[in-house]
Design a protein around this ligand. Structure first.
Ligand SMILES: [Zn+2]
Length: 73
């Protein structure tokens, strides 16, 4: 009835890893698995890349792999 009264904390974004709907418990990911994947990426990246400016690139790339962002009106 009072759906209009509910204000989401933030617009729902797809999981940065697999593009599925995120879960509050694992935000901003859909599951612990994806959170682990991201964490591993981050850790590996921190070890492999001492100081590369390319980090800006991959973060954008992971968010745009599904292309399912035309859902909101
Ligand atoms: Zn996921």
């Amino acid at each position: 009835m009072s759906d209009d009264n509910v204000t989401p904390l933030r617009p729902s974004r797809p999981c940065a890893i697999c593009g599925k709907k995120t879960q509050p418990a694992f935000h901003p990911f859909c599951s612990k698995h994806c959170a682990d994947v991201d964490l591993n990426r981050w850790l590996k990246g921190a070890y492999v890349i001492p100081a590369a400016e390319e980090q800006d690139d991959w973060s954008e790339d992971t968010g745009a792999q599904t292309g399912g962002q035309g859902d909101e009106t």
